[in-house]
Design a protein around this ligand. Structure first.
Ligand code: ZN
Ligand code: ZN
Ligand code: ZN
Length: 369
């Protein structure tokens, strides 16, 4: 899946992971399903019941414990890891425990099935368990040039769908939200995404629910239509939100949208290297608060993005982590008036030495169709 990388990329990532383990006193890192595994090995484990586990001792070679039937899917890289296939009648957790040996501090990936951790606790009862996110997370957050290129390409593909939306190429009036969601999904694939992660379509009063599930509501003249969509392309995600208005914009919606647009610009502008993540949220929120809509902006301003649609770092009050070169995140303020309407405006932004770089360029205004 990660065609942009060769084995030297994984060797380099693993070396940096081991340096972080050494610094944090972690003896063994265990990664199962989730995105840390492909980040370090290029392999996406099937999220099924059989155990796949990368075992990375701080001072010895890494092994990937894998069901024998899935081993042919893996490109083995001797300089990164070797394969340890297990048979249907083996106990894979016992195999992992043997590889752990007498290690005392074990870092575990967030998405490992609880079942395997519970079984591991019985095998290694005296070990201390930590979250692997502290070891791998800082590396994953700081995207390298190839990763930013992949985000840029995914963003451009999503942008092309937004342009189609703004041009009126996507039929809206008389269609259900679900039909429009399916249309946008097909266009995300047609524009180059491998997978669609979501295509939220929320019309009129439904747009007041930020994560509304596109349903049977028929879209009609006079509606505001919120479209929040994204997918994965070459292993990296897109995610953007645009709203359109069907017919003349009532003054209350026009006023609120002007505030929303200004808020989004302020959030993007705040995304400079060295700024605390919470300051991006504060910059966007201040504009909405000052205009009197503060009670109707009911979520954080943004989330990190990369191999996952939502990942660290989060643009939320209290997150004092400082933005670094290569941190990629959404800036997506919203204003939601229950039972009336909602609106959100979202771009993906990467912190670069030259300032915040947007991955999305489609018209930011409330386009009338
Ligand atoms: Zn969301
Ligand atoms: Zn979104
Ligand atoms: Zn988002």
């Amino acid at each position: 899946m990660i065609s942009v990388h060769d084995s030297s990329v994984f060797e380099n990532r693993l070396a940096r992971v081991r340096a972080a383990m050494l610094q944090q006193g972690v003896d063994v890192l265990l990664l199962s399903v989730g995105h840390d595994l492909p980040y370090l090995t290029g392999y996406y484990a099937m999220p099924l019941e059989r155990l796949t586990m990368l075992v990375v001792p701080v001072d010895a070679a890494a092994s990937m414990v894998i069901p024998r039937l899935e081993a042919p899917r893996v490109t083995e890289m001797p300089s990164v890891f070797s394969l340890v296939p297990w048979n249907e009648t083996d106990d894979p957790v016992a195999i992992v425990a043997k590889l752990i040996g007498s290690a005392t501090t074990i870092a575990v990936g967030d998405q490992m099935w609880a079942r395997f951790l519970v079984e591991l606790l019985a095998h290694c009862p005296r070990a201390h368990y930590r979250r692997a996110v502290d070891v791998v997370g800082p590396l994953r957050m700081a995207k390298d040039a190839a990763e930013v290129d992949a985000l840029r390409a995914a963003g451009a593909a999503a942008d092309r769908v937004a342009v189609q939306l703004h041009a009126g190429d996507i039929p809206l009036i008389g269609k259900t939200e679900a039909q429009v969601s399916a249309d946008i999904s097909a266009r995300l694939i047609a524009e180059g995404h491998d997978i669609v992660n979501f295509a939220i379509v929320a019309a009129g009063e439904n747009a007041a629910s930020p994560h509304h599930h596109a349903g049977p509501r028929v879209i009609k003249h006079g509606d505001i239509v919120l479209c929040d969509f994204g997918g994965t392309m070459n292993g990296y995600c897109s995610d953007m939100t645009r709203c359109v208005h069907l017919g003349d914009i009532p003054s209350d919606i026009a006023d609120a949208y002007a505030v929303l647009h200004e808020s989004q610009i302020a959030g993007v502008a705040a995304g400079v290297v060295g700024a605390p993540c919470e300051s991006i949220d504060a910059a966007s929120r201040r504009v909405i608060d000052d205009a009197g809509y503060g009670d109707f902006f009911i979520h954080r301003t943004g989330h990190g993005i990369g191999m996952e649609a939502h990942e660290d770092p989060y643009m939320v009050s209290g997150n004092k982590r400082l933005l670094e070169v290569g941190h990629a995140f959404s800036v997506e303020p919203g204003i939601y008036l229950p039972t009336k309407w909602g609106m959100r405006l979202e771009d993906i932004v990467v912190a670069t030495p030259g300032g915040p770089e947007s991955m999305n360029f489609a018209d930011h205004s409330l386009v009338v169709l």
